[in-house]
Design a protein around this ligand. Structure first.
Ligand code: 2AM
Ligand code: CA
Length: 263
């Protein structure tokens, strides 16, 4: 399999998809809800996923596609070549802010991440990685992450986890927030991962993410030395939703040991 060729194909596809999304702002947006009133999808999410599915099947019909909107294949195992795609990560931001959303794509073979992409559509900023060959931002190499202490860290976290809740010990999270230098919340997992792999955030955690939110980011994380697990410290499960932690390697274990206690 010629990964360089597939990489060039994927980059072109992502830039084309970004152009379609930017053009969509002058057209009518049809917004619908999915599992609940805040789980939104638009005609553009579906249009972009359909575009990826069509182009990938033209490239090679044996490649399988796991997409958020379900327009690809039904994936029950990670065997063979699989594209994991979120056409718009941060749909609520896309609708409300017209910014702060990403296209994210991962290419896996037999469960091993080979290519990863995080594309900030409105900034026109592309981060990508080829397994074993490093990660790039706008085609410039990204350096490995530098060590730091928890006290120096800026972390991405949704504020709801500081309020009493059924999923995590909120008092430990409050203590984490007291300990770190600062916190941020962006509303797009792919964007928060992009910030961690480029050292602009030092960790990001979430109680529930889907494989397409993080698949591309996982491949990039490995190339810059960021550590990805679920909140139990296990590998993220790419066949279902899971909890999620990406962090600078110097603070990943300490975050799990001292500040994260699942209920
Ligand atoms: P989305 O915009 O593609 O749906 C928001 O905090 C982040 O969590 C976004 O990356 C969003 O992705 C993701 N997200 C929102 N609802 C989710 C759900 N029910 N399962 C998994 N990820 C979700
Ligand atoms: Ca999405």
């Amino acid at each position: 399999m010629d990964l360089q060729k597939i990489n060039e194909f994927a980059i072109k596809l992502i830039y084309d998809a970004g152009e379609q999304i930017r053009e969509s702002f002058s057209k009518e947006l049809i917004i619908e809800t999915k599992t609940d009133a805040n789980d939104l999808v638009t005609n553009i999410d579906c249009q972009i996923e359909q575009f990826f599915v069509k182009k990938i099947k033209e490239l090679d019909p044996s490649h399988k596609i796991m997409g958020e909107e379900g327009l690809g294949d039904k994936i029950v195992t990670l065997d063979g070549p699989i594209w994991i795609i979120d056409p718009i990560d941060g749909t609520m931001n896309f609708i409300k802010q017209h910014r702060n959303f990403m296209i994210t794509v991962g290419f896996f073979v037999d469960g091993v991440g080979k290519l990863g992409y995080l594309y900030d559509v409105m900034r026109n900023e592309l981060i990508y990685a080829i397994r074993g060959e490093g990660a790039y931002i706008d085609h410039h190499p990204i350096r490995k992450l530098e060590p730091l202490t928890i006290e120096e860290a800026i972390i991405g976290i949704n504020s709801s986890w500081v309020i009493q809740n059924g999923k995590i010990n909120h008092e430990k999270i409050a203590n984490l927030i007291r300990t770190v230098r600062g916190t941020r919340s962006y509303g797009s997992a792919a964007m928060e991962i992009a910030l961690v792999v480029t050292g602009k955030l030092d960790a990001y955690l979430s109680m529930r993410l889907a494989p397409w939110d993080i698949g591309g980011g996982m491949v990039i994380a490995q190339e810059v030395g960021a550590v990805v697990t679920n909140l139990k410290g296990e590998p993220f499960n790419l066949l279902s939703n899971d909890t999620f932690l990406i962090a600078n390697p110097s603070i990943h274990q300490k975050l799990l040991d001292e500040f994260i206690e699942l209920k």
